[in-house]
Design a protein around this ligand. Structure first.
Ligand SMILES: [Zn+2]
Length: 584
């Protein structure tokens, strides 16, 4: 706050410089859209039908399939003709969560209902199962010393988190299972009960015993009772069911077809799937409801964009952006992605849409295009600001990986994201209706303005993404950005082993042996690994003039005593695609 006057100036600069472009959205159209979005809103109805009517939408569950067809029907009911579902995969095992309840039944003085969650794709009880609570034995030896003890008991102990996967824990659990325990009870970290789970299971090896994550205060109460010798008993009734696959997974797609460039797109979307510990409002019922509502508003306003606006609802987002990745993968080679101007993703919770962040080349265009958006509701801020750091973790990142400009709506407001995100509190009441009306209207207007621009938005180069994500692959992976392929060879040193292998300037480096090359360090690592194994040569796979070519790199370096890799100073590589394919 050193120079408040200059900050103020900058805050107003965009609006001063760029009066709204009436060619993108004429003011009469804008007013009609705002009127429709704010006065005739149905966003709360969409959200109610989705979260209360259909309920949780775990990918691979019957509700997720129901939700996909429901959303398709919704789009159709707005008059969109080509609304359809697109299958992106089949899963081997489906999962359906029914009601779950638990209580302390004894001693009477401690009786109460329990608050807990079980993971998705984990076992339920076999009916109502009551039994004594025993503390988890510390070691396998301790358990084996009293094998008669555990039959029909609930085992209380810290088995969650990382411990779940340690070999020691697994052995102990396996032994207790063979002794006939009813299930395991672990504590939650705090008052929030977070749902997660792993869908990668087989029908044959599906889990058999329930694992309860009990709210930590209730866990401690039970532990106290056991330690005081009160011999507490608990009863759980958990109706988790597996469904033998194949279970189809769907994305939902619907287009308002453009008048001038129907095969160019602005994509608007959110994810239809949720975790199933609650009904998925924050994540991502609001994204689904505002996507639907933006489509309804535009259809009801009778506007026709120049480019097509494609509405998409993905599934498998919570398992790693799977639906959107599959979509991007499917369209990598058919040229569609080159014709997508922007992807606008709403997955930030229940607050209002407060703006977008754009790269330097996109910033002036978007600021001008979206300059009228603050008229939607003057009490809510809206700003297009410079992208300083890439926010990933949702479906826009799948598109960014393919260099399509992907945006994540920034949100502001009074809602507490952490309280509801993946927790037991992620229910319909987490939504704030005026915020949802504003968001849907902002999304409708923004999509229309971008669809009406003269040109597609400038692509984001891989170098730019690398810079904005901190440049490191693990980080990018966490953000959900994976580059599909290659490192471009920009120079080959004369007389080097690289030259001897036949590598040429302009080759796109794809793999070393079986290992993918996604950034320059992968090349060093690949060579180093082969060298360490004592290999005499290693296969290099490059793409040259559109064709994949195999080369052999000799590893006949003099072996040093130190375990350092051969210094690959022979060539310089940059994480970019072929420069002539770089637009702008
Ligand atoms: Zn989400």
């Amino acid at each position: 706050m050193k120079h408040p006057s200059s900050i103020l100036l900058f805050a107003f600069l965009p609006t001063l410089l760029s009066a709204q472009d009436p060619n993108l959205v004429p003011s009469a159209v804008r007013d009609r859209i705002i009127q429709e979005g704010k006065q005739n809103s149905q966003v709360a109805k969409h959200l109610d039908e989705l979260t209360n009517g259909i309920g949780p939408r775990l990918t691979g569950s019957p509700q997720a399939i129901r939700a996909a067809y429901w959303a398709k029907d919704k789009f159709q009911s707005f008059g969109i003709e080509n609304a359809h579902v697109e299958k992106w995969s089949d899963w081997k095992v489906g999962f359906e969560r029914g009601p779950w309840s638990g209580e302390i039944t004894s001693p009477k003085s401690a009786a109460q209902n329990l608050h807990f969650v079980t993971r998705a794709w984990s076992a339920g009880t076999k009916g109502r199962q009551e039994g004594p609570v025993l503390l988890l034995p510390k070691t396998l030896e301790e358990a084996k010393a009293r094998p008669d003890l555990y039959k029909g008991a609930w085992i209380l102990g810290r088995l969650g988190g990382r411990r779940r996967f340690s070999p020691k824990t697994r052995k102990l659990k396996d032994f207790l299972k063979t002794q006939g325990v009813l299930g395991f009870i672990a504590p939650s970290r705090n008052q929030l009960l977070i749902t997660s789970g792993n869908f990668r299971i087989s029908w044959e090896k599906r889990p058999t015993l329930p694992e309860v994550t009990l709210r930590v205060d209730e866990f401690n109460k039970l532990k106290d009772l056991v330690q005081k010798g009160e011999k507490p008993r608990v009863l759980f009734d958990i109706r988790n069911h597996f469904i033998q696959g194949p279970i189809p997974n769907f994305n939902v797609v619907a287009d308002i077809v453009g008048t001038e460039k129907p095969d160019e797109y602005v994509i608007v979307g959110g994810h239809l799937d949720s975790w199933d510990g609650a009904t998925g409002t924050t994540d991502n019922g609001t994204g689904t409801a505002t996507t639907l509502e933006a489509a309804r508003i535009l259809m009801a306003s009778g506007v026709r964009p120049k480019r097509s606006i494609r509405f998409m609802l993905w599934t498998g987002e919570e398992q790693g952006l799977m639906g959107s990745r599959a979509y991007v993968k499917k369209h990598r080679s058919d040229g569609l992605l080159d014709r997508v101007s922007a992807v606008l993703v709403h997955d930030g919770g229940t607050n209002y849409c407060a703006g977008l962040q754009a790269t330097p080349s996109q910033l002036p265009i978007l600021r001008k295009a979206l300059s009228g958006i603050d008229k939607v509701d003057p009490q809510y801020e809206f700003e297009v600001s410079p992208l300083r750091f890439f926010v990933g973790g949702s479906d826009h990142a799948s598109f960014v990986s393919a260099k399509v400009p992907g945006f994540f709506w920034l949100q502001k407001g009074r809602a507490n994201y952490t309280h509801t995100h993946h927790t037991q509190y992620d229910t319909y009441d987490a939504a704030i209706d005026p915020y949802q009306r504003q968001s849907a209207t902002v999304i409708a207007l923004s999509a229309l303005a971008i669809a009406n621009l003269d040109k597609l938005l400038p692509r984001t180069s891989r170098a730019e993404i690398a810079r904005l994500t901190g440049g490191n692959r693990r980080r990018r992976f966490r953000l959900g950005i994976e580059f599909a392929e290659g490192v471009l060879v920009s120079r080959v040193q004369k007389g080097s082993p690289a030259e001897a292998s036949g590598i040429k300037k302009g080759d796109l480096f794809l793999r070393i042996g079986k290992n993918k090359v996604e950034e320059p360090r992968d090349i060093m690592l690949g060579i180093f690994r082969a060298f360490q194994k004592g290999a005499k040569e290693v296969s290099l796979f490059v793409r040259r003039k559109g064709k994949e070519t195999q080369l052999k790199l000799s590893l006949n370096f003099p072996r040093r005593r130190t375990r350092r890799p051969p210094t690959p100073k022979k060539r310089k590589m940059e994480p970019t695609r072929k420069p002539n394919k770089e637009p702008q």
